[in-house]
Design a protein around this ligand. Structure first.
Ligand SMILES: N[C@@H](CCC[C@H](N)C(=O)O)C(=O)O
Length: 272
C-alpha cells in the first residue's frame, strides 16, 4: 500500500470507542479488512471497538460506514450515531447500511431517531421460523430470549442478575450459533423497576464493550414487548446510562452523551 498519512478523530459514547476517518471532501484509499483490524487492535494499533468512515451522501448530511474491530462491515451503531451527531454539531441525518437515522444535539446529550424495530424471524435474521418474543432455545443459564433488529441483529435474555452471567464464555458461543446466519449481538439484562434496566452486551465482531447503543434500544424494546417496563426507560450499561423511548409512531429514540477524545494521524504504510 502507498505511503499516506491519514488524519483521524478518536471518539466514544459511554466508553464504546471509535476511530473516525472523515472522507467527505477527500478520497481515501480502500482500507482492507486486515488494515482495519490492525488499526482497531489495542495491542498493535490505535485501538477501538468500531472503525467509522464518513462519506458524502446525496440524501443525508453524511454517510457513515461502520466496521467492527474484526474488520467486518455492519449496518448500525447507536453510540457511533451520537458521536457523529456531536461531531456534526447541528441536527443531522446519517445514512447507514441499516437505514436513515437522525441526530439532534440537546442539553441531555445527543438524541438519535433510530427508526423502527423489526421482529419477523427473517428480518432478524434467524435460520428458521420461530416466535421472536419467546424463542424456544437456550444456552446454559440463558434461555427463552427475544430477538429484535434495530438496524442490526440482537438477541436479548432477561435474568435476575446480569452481572452474574459469564458473558465472556457464553457470548461468543451464542454469537456464532448457526441459528443466527449473520451472527448476533448478545444482550443480558435485568429489570430494576418499570423505568430502569441494567444491561451487559457481547458485541458481534468485538466482544464485551462498555456500552452498546443499539443493544440498549433492542433490550428496551424487548422489555416493553414483554410488558416488563414502560415505553420510556433508562438503560444502565457498564459505561453509563442511556434513555430509550418507543414512541406511538413506532420509532425508537435514544438519548445520551458522546465525547471527542483526541485527534491524531497514522501512516497507512505501517499497516497490512
Ligand atoms: N457499539 C454499537 C454496535 C456496533 C455494531 C455491532 N457490534 C454489530 O455487529 O452489529 C452500538 O453502540 O450500537
Amino acid at each position: 500500500m502507498a505511503l499516506m498519512r491519514v488524519k483521524f478523530t478518536k471518539m466514544h459514547g459511554l466508553g464504546n470507542d471509535f476511530i473516525v476517518l472523515d472522507a467527505r471532501d477527500k478520497t481515501l484509499p480502500v482500507l482492507s479488512k486486515e488494515t482495519i483490524r490492525a488499526l482497531s487492535d489495542r495491542t498493535m494499533g490505535i485501538g477501538c471497538d468500531q472503525f467509522l468512515i464518513l462519506e458524502s451522501h446525496a440524501e443525508a448530511t453524511v454517510r457513515m460506514r461502520i466496521f467492527n474491530a474484526d474488520g467486518g462491515e455492519v449496518e448500525a451503531c447507536g453510540n457511533a450515531a451520537r458521536a457523529i451527531g456531536l461531531l456534526l454539531g447541528e441536527p443531522a441525518t446519517i445514512a447507514t447500511a441499516g437505514g436513515l437515522i437522525s441526530t439532534t444535539p440537546q442539553d441531555a446529550g445527543i438524541a438519535v431517531d433510530m427508526g423502527e424495530p423489526r421482529f419477523d424471524w427473517d428480518a432478524i435474521p434467524l435460520a428458521y421460523p420461530m416466535d421472536t418474543a419467546a424463542m424456544p432455545v437456550g444456552w446454559d443459564m440463558l434461555e427463552k430470549p427475544l430477538a429484535v433488529n434495530v438496524g442490526n441483529p440482537h438477541v436479548i435474555f432477561f435474568v435476575d442478575d446480569c452481572d452474574a452471567v459469564p458473558l465472556d464464555s457464553l457470548g461468543p458461543q451464542i454469537e456464532t450459533d448457526p441459528l443466527f446466519p449473520h451472527r448476533i449481538n448478545v444482550n443480558v439484562a435485568s429489570v430494576v423497576d418499570r423505568q430502569t434496566l441494567r444491561l451487559r452486551v457481547w458485541e458481534r465482531g468485538v466482544g464485551l464493550t462498555r456500552a452498546c447503543g443499539t443493544g440498549a434500544c433492542a433490550t428496551a424494546i424487548a422489555a416493553m414487548r414483554r410488558g416488563l417496563v414502560e415505553r420510556d426507560v433508562t438503560v444502565h450499561l457498564p459505561g453509563g446510562p442511556l434513555r430509550i423511548t418507543w414512541g406511538e409512531n413506532n420509532r425508537i429514540t435514544m438519548t445520551g452523551p458522546a465525547t471527542e477524545a483526541f485527534r491524531g494521524s497514522f501512516e497507512l504504510d505501517d499497516y497490512p
